[in-house]
Design a protein around this ligand. Sequence first.
Ligand code: FAD
Ligand code: NA7
Length: 504
Amino acid sequence: MSSYDYDLVVIGGGSGGMAAAKEAMLCGAKKVALFDFVKPTVHGTKWGLGGTCVNVGCIPKKLMHYAASMGPALHGDAPHFGWNIEVKGHDWNAMIDAVQQYVKKLNFSYRVGLRSKKVEYINALGRVEDPHTVSYVKNGETQKLSTKYILIAVGGRPNVPSEEEVPGAQQYAITSDDLFSLKTSPGKTLVVGASYIALECAGFLTELGYPTTVAVRSILLRGFDRQCAEKVGQMMQEMGTRFVRALPTRITKTTSGKFQVEFSDGLPTEEFDTILYATGRLPDTQLLNLEAVGVKLDDKGKIIATCEQSSVPSLFVVGDALSGGLELTPVAIKAGELLVRRLFAGSTVQMDYHLVPTAVFTPFEYGACGMSEEAAIEKYGQANVEVYLFEFPTLEIAAAHRAKVLSARVNEADVELSPNSLTKLVCLKSENERVLGFHFVGMNAGEITQGYSLALKLGCKKSDFDSVVGIHPTDAESFHSLAITRSSGESWVAAGGCGGGKCG
Ligand code: FAD
Ligand code: NA7
């Protein structure tokens, strides 16, 4: 008989925590409790069970990406192919209702999921008292639970510069935590930050028709392949997003309710309806009392762990709060499930954080698995890395003659978009061109990259790609006829042709 009230107490009911709690019950744990509590944003936004992904992350983001992608298709492509429809514009509130209704449905199903697995759900802030005790406050009274294991899965929250750094930012700016349930349409928007969250939000706001400016501190999509990151930026710019290399230095509210932004680098002061900060996220570990019980944290407050086990042996961590991890939902879920299988079902399988595929859901998506060209060269040397490239327009977009939105502003109406797809393989010469990095910028890059990540996991070579017959006409078939190397000095931009294919 266990001397503890619980086998496992999970703090945080997001992607990792929910998955681990339910899996623990399937693996033979007798009693599992899960805490989830959402601290409202400075604007009072809060949400239900399920954590960042379902409420203020992947799910509403992907739905808005989809909603937004209909804009260019309806305005540009549809009339070209004979559709006679009157598009009166976009109703922000209708979209928010649709998205939030779906999120609420998911919140409900997540509660049912916990109940059906007999996980006890406690809607309160959990705090670690000692390596085997978690406390919380209920009706003004402190309650304590004893447990064999504690799993921290508290995720993170957006980090906005302090009042000293950028006066007005904390008070007036919203973050992704507010955007997906915003009650009024954002209007003219300034997005600060150049990571995937910033670019995804700027991308869908632009496509929905809101004039959107991105304030970039240094480079786009740090950590990703540079050529692909620049391609994402180029396509966003052509579709109407404005990029400035300057940052807000002060934000004030005008009498008309707009926000006046003073900028660095000589950029003139400008008014916006909405300021969205997407300048990174910090782990939500401050209120957990972790250092007092001996848990080692890194300089961002993330938990340092080996195989998800912290410096306190009974305390584990998965998801965004893990130091050195990857801030992605499927990573949190898999790490949580594998961990509890080891704790309760005798498994020895560890989480593999390598070759994790990921996608950036910008208007033309970017999917990647493995190393960027820069990382490969840094590790293996320039002479040992070969890069195969092809840049081409998607068949349907080329046939629709989709025009640059940017061109309207510079009075060059009807200039067609540049080739919207970039196909790229980064290969290791000394291992028979083993593919180190798979990269695709284009339509449905998320779907395409998921499939190819299996090939990378299996250690595929460039010759394996060459041996596969493509599906015509698709963008993905371009991966099976890649012939132009960076070292050849030839242009990798298609001259004519039919999308990703080789015909013609
Ligand atoms: P979370 O899902 O963040 O859940 C943590 C939960 O713990 C929260 O509900 C929090 O309120 C609660 N909590 C915190 N402290 C306590 C406490 N003391 N007591 C009780 N409860 C507490 N990932 C992808 O894979 N694909 C995407 O497309 C994608 N898009 C994203 C878009 C945005 C805008 C954002 C912000 C993130 C996105 N992510 C995406 C990342 C993904 O959402 C996270 O990696 C994932 O949610 C992390 O899961 P987690 O379990 O670590 O924590
Ligand atoms: P990231 O990846 O840390 O990105 C933060 C972005 O915000 C990045 O573009 C930063 O520019 C920018 N930034 C950070 N601070 C500021 C300030 N003060 N002003 C302007 N711009 C700023 O965080 P995310 O949350 O977007 O991504 C989290 C994880 O997702 C990340 O770890 C990856 O695993 C994927 P910089 O490049 O630093 O100049």
